[in-house]
Design a protein around this ligand. Structure first.
Ligand code: PAF
Length: 328
């Protein structure tokens, strides 16, 4: 009898434990977070910080599942996914964002920010907040400005230290018309392409080169397909943590606040990783065989891309641009 009671008790306990487990499993709402870079990238550092913060603040109410390496598509496709609710959170550059929120094109103007401090300060201030608020008008939720970094050119043909050297090169650009206009002015043939296709395009010679921050060149091991790196720093590339309105609109204010805090923690961790790679990344690229041109006179590049400013202001006016310039 005693043995029978014991096994009944164990049975009940097991059932209770299973029921509790099932309840917990039900309680945790899965949040799918996507980005295009590898799981060793600065975006992954940011994704980990997002996950850790949201799960801690919500005490397990949300469980974040990370999808790196473009598993949910390129950045443009993921932004569309946010709008229709097939993705919950995305870390993306502003590259394709202007197609959805044209006010952000201003951030992609070449040589607009002089250094990291200025860019971070603008994005963390009133201008950045105004732009985050604009996301709401375009069926997106702007959670925090994060970072990709200053972009540099790589190619497989020759060292580039002047716009003349770059002339005629076929360079993959982001799907961003401000960038494309700037490269056209430089005499380069811009080839817009979603990032998940870039490595193969470089490998097969469909394009001669690409341009991206040190962070991305390291994370994507571009030394395997590109010999030359020129530290042109031609444009600052912000990143942004975006949420889906399909998810966010259904949350309480407190829950929305957790997402914002998680996005801020993500941005902070990402920026720290960008700064680390700015210090150590170039050496790593050299060790892996890239020839690095560091002595770049930026003035001729700046001169060459000037018409892109006119093209931008003709279409979008100069208010945002003036505000950013005044912040210097
Ligand atoms: O080149 C791009 O498309 C972007 O810089 C990247 C690599 C996807 C990071 O946001």
């Amino acid at each position: 009898f005693a043995r029978h009671s014991l096994s009944v008790a164990i049975g009940s306990l097991t059932t209770a434990a299973l029921a509790l487990g099932a309840m917990n499993a039900q309680a945790a709402q899965t949040i799918n977070l996507g980005h295009t870079l590898s799981d060793s990238s600065h975006y992954s550092v940011g994704a980990d910080a997002f996950k850790e913060t949201l799960e801690r603040l919500s005490d397990g109410e949300f469980e974040v599942v990370e999808h790196p390496s473009g598993a949910l598509g390129g950045e443009r496709a993921m932004i569309e996914g946010l709008q229709i609710g097939t993705v919950d959170v995305v870390i993306t550059s502003t590259g394709p964002l202007g197609n959805f929120v044209p006010q952000t094109y201003v951030l992609d103007l070449p040589f607009l920010f002089k250094d990291y401090d200025q860019a971070r300060c603008v994005l963390d201030g009133e201008i950045g907040q105004d732009l985050l608020d604009k996301m709401g008008e375009h069926n997106l939720v702007g959670l925090a400005w994060s970072e990709n970094g200053f972009r540099h050119m790589t190619n497989s043909k020759r060292p580039v230290t002047s716009p003349e050297d770059a002339e005629g090169l076929k360079i993959r650009t982001m799907e961003n018309k401000v960038h494309m206009a700037a490269f056209e002015q430089m005499g380069v043939h811009p080839t817009p392409m979603a990032f998940p296709e870039v490595f193969t395009a470089l490998q097969q010679g469909t394009v001669d080169g690409q341009e991206n921050p040190i962070t991305v060149i390291v994370a994507s091991k571009f030394w395997e397909v590109q010999d030359n790196l020129s530290l042109t720093g031609h444009v600052y590339s912000p990143a942004i943590v975006l949420g889906s309105p399909v998810l966010m609109d259904g949350l309480s204010e407190e829950e929305q606040g957790w997402f914002e805090q998680a996005a801020q923690a993500s941005a902070q961790a990402t920026r720290e990783e960008v700064s680390r790679l700015e210090r150590d990344g170039v050496e790593l690229l050299r060790e892996n065989g890239m020839t690095v041109e560091t002595d770049i006179d930026k003035a001729p590049f700046q001169e060459a891309v000037k018409p892109a400013y006119q093209i931008y202001t003709d279409q979008y006016g100069s208010e945002m641009l003036d505000r950013i310039r005044a912040s210097d």
